[in-house]
Ligand binder design. Sequence first.
Ligand SMILES: Cc1cc2nc3c(=O)[nH]c(=O)nc-3n(C[C@H](O)[C@H](O)[C@H](O)COP(=O)(O)O)c2cc1C
Length: 348
Amino acid sequence: MKIYLAPMEGITGYVYRNALFSCFDHIDRYYTPFVVSTFTKKLKTRERTDVLPQNNAGIPLIPQILSNNAEEFLETARFMAKCGYTEVNLNLGCPVRTVTAKRKGSGFLAYPDELDAFLEKICRGAEDISVQQADEDTAPLRISIKTRLGIQKPGEFKHLLEIYNRYPLAELIIHARTQKELYNGRPHLELCQAIAENCRLPLCWNGNIRTLADYERILPLLKGYSAVMIGRGLIADPGLARQIRTGVPTSKEDLLHFHDVLYKGYQAQYMNFRGDRPGETVLVNRMKEVWNHMGTMLRDEGRYMKNIHKARNKVEYEAAVRMLFANCPLTGTYDGLRPDTHAADLNA
Ligand SMILES: Cc1cc2nc3c(=O)[nH]c(=O)nc-3n(C[C@H](O)[C@H](O)[C@H](O)COP(=O)(O)O)c2cc1C
C-alpha cells in the first residue's frame, strides 16, 4: 500500500514538503495544494514558486490543478509538463464556498454532464502533451482525480463513478465525504468495498487515518486499493508514514528536529523574502497553523500551547516553543477511526 501526503492549502507548500522529505519521508507521493488554471500560463507567483522543480528536488511530486475549463486546464498542464512533471491531479474535492460557487472543486460534481465533457477534452488533450519518463521514454501526461462522493448524499457517487470509469485516469483518490460534510464526522468507510468492486481505475483512499492503529484497522477493508492519502494525521505526526512502514514511532527529539528544520525553512522563505515585520508575522502564523495539528503530539495542560498561539513575533514564538518542549511529554494523537465510535463501519 502506497502512502501519499494529502494537499493542504496553507500547510503543505514546498517548505513543508521539503522538511517532511528530509526528516522522515517514507511517503510515496506528495501533492501540491491546488493551483488555479489559467489561459495565460501565468500562475500566481506563490503557486509558481511552489511547483518549481528547484524547490522540490528529489520529491515525488504531483501538482494539483483546480479548473472547470478544459483549455485552461490543458494550458496549466502543459506548464507542469515543461517543469518535468509526468502527472497532474484534478481537484474535485474542495468544499469552500468561493470555489464551489464557480462550479469548481466539489462544486463541479453538481454538473455531471459538463464534468463528463470536460474529462473527455482534457484526457484527449493530454495525449498530445508528451512527458519524459524515468526510463527516458516519452509518454502522454497522466491525469489523476481527487474527488468527494457528491454534494449532498454519498449515493451520488454511483453516477460519478460511471463517468470516471470511461476515462484513462492514472488514479482515483477518494475523499469519502460529500461536499456538505466538509471535513467533519467520519468518512463513509461503509462504501469503500462497493467502490472498489465498481471501479476500473487504480484507487486511493483518503480520510481520517491519523494513527498507526487507524491504518492497521482500515487496511483489511481496502481490498482493491493501492494507496492511502493522509492529510491531518501526517501534519499532527510528521513521522506517521515512517511508523507505518518501519514501526518506529516519532520521538520528542524527532519532533523537535522536524520543527527546527521547518521553522528554518519558513524563515528563509518569509524573512528573506520581505525582511520586515509583516514577514515575521507570516512566519509565526505559518507555524501556528502547523501547531493546530502537531500540538496533539505533546501533552500540555493548555498553558504552553496557548503561549505559542499568543506569540506575536519570533522572540515570543521561540520562547514558547522552548517551554513547550521542555515541559510537555509526548502523547498519542487523536484516533480518527477509533473502534468505539466507528465499530459499525469497521465490522461492515
Ligand atoms: C486546511 C486544509 C486545506 C486543504 N487543501 C486542499 C487542497 O488544496 N487540495 C485538496 O485536494 N484537498 C485539500 N484539503 C483536503 C485534504 O487533502 C484531505 O482530503 C482532507 O483533509 C481529508 O483527509 P485527512 O482526514 O487525512 O486529513 C485540505 C484540507 C484542509 C483541512
